[in-house]
Design a protein around this ligand. Sequence first.
Ligand SMILES: [Cu+2]
Length: 664
Amino acid sequence: MNKIVYVFVLLFSLNFYAQEQQVDSTKVVGLEEVIVIGHKKLNNQKQEKPLSSIDEYLEKSSKITMIKRGNYAWEPAINNMVSDRLSVTIDGMQIFGACTDKMDPITSYVDVSNLSEVHIKSGQQGSENGSTIGGGIDLKLQKGDFEKDDWSFGVDTGYETNGNAKIFSSEFNYSNDKYFVNLDGIYRKSDNYNAGGNEEVLFSQFEKLNFSTVAGVKIKENGALIGSVIYDKATNVGYPALTMDVSLAKALITSLSYEHKNISPFINKWETKLYYNTITHVMDDTKRPDVPIHMDMPGWSDTFGFYSKMSAQKNNHKILFNLNGYYNKSLAEMTMYPNDPNENIMFMLTWPDVRTLYSGVYAEDNIRLKNNQGLKVSARLGYQNERIASEFGLNSLRIFYPDMDDTNNRFLVNIFAQYEKRFNNFDVVTSVGYGERAPSVSESYGFYLYNSFDNFDYIGNPYFGNEKSTELNASFNYSKNKFKIGLETSFFYIQDYIIGEIDPTLTPMTIGSDGVKIYDALKYVTIFNTGLSAFYKIIPTITIDGRLTYNLGQDNLGNNLPLISPVDYSLSMQYQKNFFNAEINMNGAAEQKNFNSDYGEDLTKAYTIFNANASYAFYFDSTKLLLKTGVENIFDRNYSTFADWNNIPRLGRNVFLNVSFVLR
Ligand SMILES: [Cu+2]
């Protein structure tokens, strides 16, 4: 049993430390965080709430904050930067949301049943799969291997009192030395949730269904073909912070890859993958009362892509190459139906059928040096071509930019270097990076995109160059016996930072909006983040850990940037004995004083909330039953955080029960 506890503590400290603790001595320690999900975790006792949504798992990460517009499809931010500044991929595959209002981050198209791990990398370390400024998130699909004859069957169900939420999930896995198959499905449904004090948050309901299959067949000694299909469909999703809801958000995500292992003493693995994904997003205002003008706003995003990734090892070098490319088609429409039937219907393209072709190459070398030193260098070079395929969309944008071209080409560079030294009880890691990103489709070509946060219509700017970021990072970790402490800090200097600026000469399209903003580039901004974490094992059965972060983001004139976290903290205590596990935790934030009212922000009050959970695992011959129950927001605090759009209050008291059953 002690061994199991040790493994748990190890897993836990990995999570907690926000540092991949290396067993492999040839690899350099990086500022990488790995969240373990998947079946291992769905019925893992240590997990606070095994059937949490993927968003709740991500929110537990010390690197991520989640921007909320409702109870579904939260938007991840790393280093206080959101989607356009991040590289978010599913098993290395590029996917782009189809919503002009960011209602559908990539993470909303998978669920915990699909995944085994999430790899979170800060800043330029996250550029393996694409250009980035803030960092990278790669969601790893759960897949079998050819190692052993094995099968398992699992059923997980959950119920939550707040929102009357129901979760049902099932999976089947089979593998032998010739082939493997993983099948899983999950269904979630929630009514409106209540904020603290029994305040019902209207339009916060959702329903989601997700199926996935991954299958592999060995076609020669070291070579295998692996295919994957994910189908995800969310319906009747409310967004209380926005003026519209979503009637349908649907994704089909497919891939086929060939994996070749142990090619030579030098090359360990070579994987080549082809993929295709298609997303349909339909917004809906028909359930809202007092809509001044009814609108239909569907959007579509299709992506074809590939990558070819090779990892090699020679002497003290560990090398990775990744050649990748994709072609994306983004189209979104808006049709307005005036209440007066004599007025004409108005139609426009909010995304004018933009075709983005990207190809790039990434290389990384981890060098193990003498005296416990390590060096890591990486670089990505990319070429991107954007083209507006719709004549109508191009002509609409030419109202503002008469001379604009229908195509745009750019080169993108990302480079990174890290030095690390390990001593007996501590290690020090420092790194420096430079990276560029292309503006998003909305930032370049968006046409009257209404933003409910600052109440402005946004128009893109096709003349943007790249946004450029220079970053410095340092971290320090100390551990002795039962005690660990870590300090991590990063500084970003971002030039040509893209943000909306008011254009008083333009009239808004959205009724009731305050005006029009054009995407513009600020000369530069700075973002500073720092975090302190500590872990202590009081006695073998009891551990405590805590975390404290501070962030500051300002532009060149000293104005605060929007969506920057105030001081934020958490503290938790865990008890584990035999098959019983219990945890109590507290988390909160100080007052958000550094807000920016030009972007719709106001002062967010400080808050502290408490949660508790307990579980028991029953083992029979070949089956395992895990019962987990807990209370979130025990004191039913009514609160919202800096990351809640329009100050939508968070979940009030919630009692949950998760039951997992595994047969193998
Ligand atoms: Cu939308």
